[in-house]
Design a protein around this ligand. Structure first.
Ligand SMILES: [Zn+2]
Length: 140
């Protein structure tokens, strides 16, 4: 019983209840990486489209995933880019006549190589892993 209103409800009941997001495997569209050929959720892959400037195709990272035309999907990983480049997967996926210029994609990946959560490549450069003096200089 509510002492102040007398008749009203004292506790507001949320009609939606507690919306618990389905925790677990993310559902949704799945894409195949043109590099390693593994599948992954659409949100985890990078969309790459070809922009033809003056004849020769240039690969562009479709950050917003809304550019028209064909798109190729790639893990945000330089290794996958290498794989795709070696087997000319972009040309096939995007139906290109010529080998596209993928430097923009490479730059994009290199620019985000230090993003948290990115897979850390195992680089064996001796045993200097412990000697991390300046945390701000870990760009590479
Ligand atoms: Zn991949």
């Amino acid at each position: 019983m509510c002492a102040e209103t007398g008749t009203g409800t004292c506790t507001d009941v949320d009609p939606h209840g507690t919306v618990a997001p389905a925790s677990g495997a993310p559902r949704g569209p799945v894409r195949t990486c043109v590099g390693c050929r593994a599948t992954g959720p659409r949100s985890a892959l990078l969309r790459v489209v070809a922009a033809t400037t003056s004849g020769s195709p240039v690969l562009v990272v479709d950050v917003g995933r809304r550019m028209p035309g064909r798109g190729a999907w790639l893990h945000p990983d330089l290794e996958c880019l290498e794989l795709a480049s070696r087997r000319r997967a972009f040309g096939r996926a995007l139906r290109l006549q010529d080998r596209p210029d993928e430097s923009a994609v490479r730059e994009h990946l290199e620019g985000q190589a230090t993003a948290p959560g990115a897979p850390v490549p195992t680089v064996d450069e001796g045993s200097g892993l412990e000697a991390d003096g300046d945390p701000m200089s870990t760009l590479r």
